[in-house]
Every structure is written in C-alpha cells, then in structure tokens.
Design a binder for this molecule. Structure first.
Ligand SMILES: [Zn+2]
Length: 205
C-alpha cells in the first residue's frame, strides 16, 4: 500500500518533494498506528455497536419442552443483521421482535391458549415462559407472572410513546418480547405482557 502511494505521488511530484511526502506519510502512519493500538482495546470493550455488535457471551438456563430445568450455560449471544432477521422471520414477527412493534390485542395465537408447555423465543428458541405462570389478564396478550428463569430475559427501560415502561427482551438474541408491569397476580405481582408473535409454544407431550 505504501509502495502504491509512492508510485502515485512520484508521477506528479519532484524527487525531493516525494521523499518529504513519503517521510510525512510514514510518520503519520506510525503515529496513527500507535494511537490506534493504544486506543483500540478499551474502545472495543466500550463500543455500542449498531449493525453487528461484537460477539458476547450470555448466561441462560436451558429447559426441555416439558419444562424441566436442564442446566445453566454460558453461550455466545445470537447476533444477526436486520437483513438476516428479515429473511428468517415473517414481516409481522420481524416488526415486533426486531423493531419493538406490538401486535393488536386479541389477535395473537396465544392470548387464549391454556395448554401445558413452555413458550420459546421465535427468533432463537431460548426458553422464556412456562404455562404454569400464565394467567388471564383480560388484555388480549399472553400474560405471565414470571419468566421461566430470570437469566433468560432482560428488562430495559423504555420511554417511547410518552410512557415509562419496562421492555422485556430475550437474553440470547435481544428479541423484543413485550413489557412487564407491576399489576400482576400473586406471588410476584408482575405481569409480563407478551406478544404472541415473539413466542413459539412447545406443547408438553
Ligand atoms: Zn431469542
């Protein structure tokens, strides 16, 4: 690359000027390289990536489809670009899980489901909720009083639409799932108000 720069400069500049330019270029490269080297490590750790974040390990708890807790594992976070998610998911599901949209109440496939089983993330299959914690909230969205394991969901302060809410996301892939409110039933008084479209029900067999 340096050679190419020299050739290019040489075609237009005198020899003296060329050496001067070459020295300046290499000095600048050296200083730039040093600065980059010193700066790179903390910058990577502190970065807030946009398109494709750095790989990151997360801790989740694995469950069988019958709801049996298997083990806690540390795994690489599922990271895909918007285009990759768009290819994988139907449009409505993409809008909800990747763009924090909300399905219309009473239209999803799980608000009125009473079967025994667990609800997994539609994007990555992470176990999210157990039917044992599902209750009738009357809202038209599937509602639970607790996640299947606190590790498996993450909660984020959400101030969109002029409200302060707590958004709930999948720990493994950051899929937006819904919101959690503090007007739920015993024993937690929490109401995890989820979008059916963000979930895949695995019926206990
Ligand atoms: Zn997920």
């Amino acid at each position: 690359m340096f050679e190419t720069d020299l050739d290019h400069e040489g075609a237009h500049e005198g020899a003296t000027n060329l050496r001067c330019r070459a020295f300046l270029a290499s000095a600048a490269a050296a200083i730039g390289g040093l600065a980059l080297w010193q700066w790179k490590k903390p910058a990577v750790l502190n970065a807030t990536p946009v398109a494709r974040p750095e790989p990151k390990d997360v801790t989740i708890v694995l469950f069988s489809d019958s709801g049996q807790r298997l083990k806690k594992v540390q795994i690489a976070k599922v990271i895909k670009t918007a285009d990759e998610w768009r290819k994988q998911l139907p449009p409505g599901v993409f809008d909800i899980t990747r763009n924090a949209d909300t399905e219309i109440a009473f239209t999803g496939k799980y608000w009125n489901l009473h079967d025994t089983g667990i609800y997994r993330c539609i994007c990555c299959d992470n176990a999210l909720f157990d039917s044992a914690t599902k209750f009738e909230s009357g809202t038209g969205w599937p509602s639970f009083w607790a996640p299947i394991a606190p590790e498996n969901v993450s909660e984020i302060r959400d101030t969109t639409f002029g409200m302060v809410r707590i958004a709930v996301a999948c720990t493994e892939c950051d899929a937006h799932l819904g919101h959690v409110f503090d007007d739920g039933p015993e024993p937690t008084h929490l109401r995890y108000c989820m979008n059916s479209a963000a979930l895949r029900f695995a019926k206990q067999t």
